[in-house]
Design a protein around this ligand. Structure first.
Ligand SMILES: Nc1nc2c(ncn2[C@@H]2O[C@H](COP(=O)(O)OP(=O)(O)OP(=O)(O)O)[C@@H](O)[C@H]2O)c(=O)[nH]1
Ligand SMILES: [Mg+2]
Length: 420
């Protein structure tokens, strides 16, 4: 199983509610409001790690929720902050919303990004104390957060991408130049998911990615298809491995054209990547002759490195050539995009709709904000709510729409009689 694209669900913590406590102490009448603020909900934080190179973990765990903020208490006690949740993703993971817009590119090992922030805690009742309202018996609710779906898409980041037909020796090459231990076997499609290896060369290190073999029609889905080519999009250089001996009765010259064709029909922009050709399996019959033919045709355009990978022949020359070319290439850059935020900002606008004669509903962002903020269970708080409606011009809009004494008004979950 190799998962490089997955949908997961994330939710920041709700803000804790503010407390509506009134100070109570022996011999102290009317001690006044002492309800503390609710705590902020925890954040959803993504962290990029090079310890992983698949999204397989997310097959098992798809829900990530940060902790909720604690409620405020009496004696002005603040609610506890909700615990953040850390979501670890492999370096190269692109986080998108369900419309496919990019939220973040987790490009660098250790990169941290807050993708959702926790809801604000509600204010305790002492915030609402005024000269006329000495003992407010209401407090703000914490901001309740929403769950969001996000799509994670892994676009491996490596300096070098290995491409070629199945069974030509790509994984063997990776195993010889790095500590990576990919599976190697004498059949097609031994490699089913990209492998990464770190190559050391004097003071340089670079990352090499071995991707599953391609065949003709891969860009239309043949073999393992072309989806793995996503993992060479973010490389700086390609190494095209050929079985130069043609041991499987294919002509290496044709192989070369064919694979290039698959790569560039997947994404023409990949033509920008320099390509080194490895003429592998030089130990086999016909290799010399085919190499001559290949060099005659492509020698001017490509650096060709003859190799017998299984006995490490040609390896040093190849690594030196890769290091030399990489030194002249610009470093990899994160994707260029205008980040979109996952959370929609609630506007404070509203509209009055007439549901039926004498029944009016107030809709819009303001309603959302109000219902998140205000606890309407008690009389005091309801008064506050009505005052906000008046200040924001909702009452006059209702009146304009035809509301009069006794009309029914619906605001979010609340229904009340209009009083002019
Ligand atoms: N004779 C010879 N055989 C080689 C050489 N390099 C690799 N092989 C053999 O070729 C076979 C395929 O090697 P892999 O490294 O698994 O090939 P691959 O390109 O990764 O194949 P897929 O993962 O299927 O795409 C294995 O049996 C290797 O031992 C070589 O230089 N000479
Ligand atoms: Mg392989």
């Amino acid at each position: 199983m190799f998962i490089d694209k997955v949908k997961i669900f994330i939710k920041a913590g709700d803000g804790g509610n503010g407390s509506a406590s009134l100070h109570a102490e022996k011999y102290v009448p009317n001690g006044g409001p002492d309800g503390g603020d609710g705590g902020k909900g925890g954040d959803v934080i993504f962290v990029a790690t090079s310890a992983e190179n698949t999204l397989n973990e997310f097959h098992y765990q798809k829900h990530f929720r940060a902790g909720n903020g604690g409620n405020g208490g009496s004696k002005n006690c603040y609610g506890k902050k909700g615990a953040d949740i850390i979501v670890k993703v492999p370096v190269g993971t692109v986080i998108k919303n369900i419309d496919g817009e990019i939220i973040a590119d987790m490009f660098q090992d250790g990169q941290q990004q807050v993708i959702l922030s926790g809801g604000r805690g509600g204010r305790g009742n002492y915030h609402f104390k005024t000269s006329r309202r000495q003992s407010p018996s209401f407090a703000e609710h914490g901001v309740k957060t929403q769950e969001y779906e996000v799509v994670l898409e892994l676009k491996t980041i490596a300096d070098v991408g290995l491409v070629g037909f199945p069974n030509v020796g790509k994984s063997t090459l990776l195993s010889v130049v790095s500590q990576a231990k990919p599976k190697i076997a004498n059949y097609h499609f031994t490699t089913l998911s990209p492998n990464l290896g770190v190559v050391n060369y004097y003071d340089n290190t670079f990352v090499m990615a071995d991707i599953p073999g391609l065949i003709e029609g891969a860009s239309e889905g043949a073999g393992l298809g072309h989806s793995f080519l996503r993992h060479i999009e973010r490389t700086r250089l390609l190494v095209h491995v050929l079985d130069i001996s043609g041991s499987e009765q294919r002509d290496p010259l044709q192989d070369f054209e064919l694979i290039n064709n698959e790569i560039y029909s997947y994404d023409a922009a990949l033509k920008r990547l320099p390509m080194i050709v490895v003429a592998n399996k030089m130990d086999m019959p016909c290799a010399e002759e085919n190499l001559r033919r290949f060099t005659d045709k492509y020698g001017d355009k490509y650096t060709i490195v003859p190799m017998t990978t299984i006995i490490h022949e040609g390896v040093n020359q190849l690594i030196a050539e890769i290091a030399r070319q990489l030194a002249e290439l610009p470093p990899l850059q994160p994707l260029e995009f205008t980040p979109v935020a996952l959370e929609q900002q609630h506007s404070d606008d509203f509209a009055v709709e007439i549901l039926e004669p004498d029944v009016f509903e107030v809709v819009g962002g303001l309603v959302e904000t109000l219902s998140r903020k205000i606890n309407l269970d008690d009389y005091d708080s309801f008064g506050y709510f009505q005052r906000v409606l008046k200040e924001r011009g909702v009452i006059s809009e209702l009146r304009k729409a035809g509301a009069h004494d006794g009309s029914t008004v619906i605001v979010g979950d609340v229904e009340f009689d209009f009083v002019d």
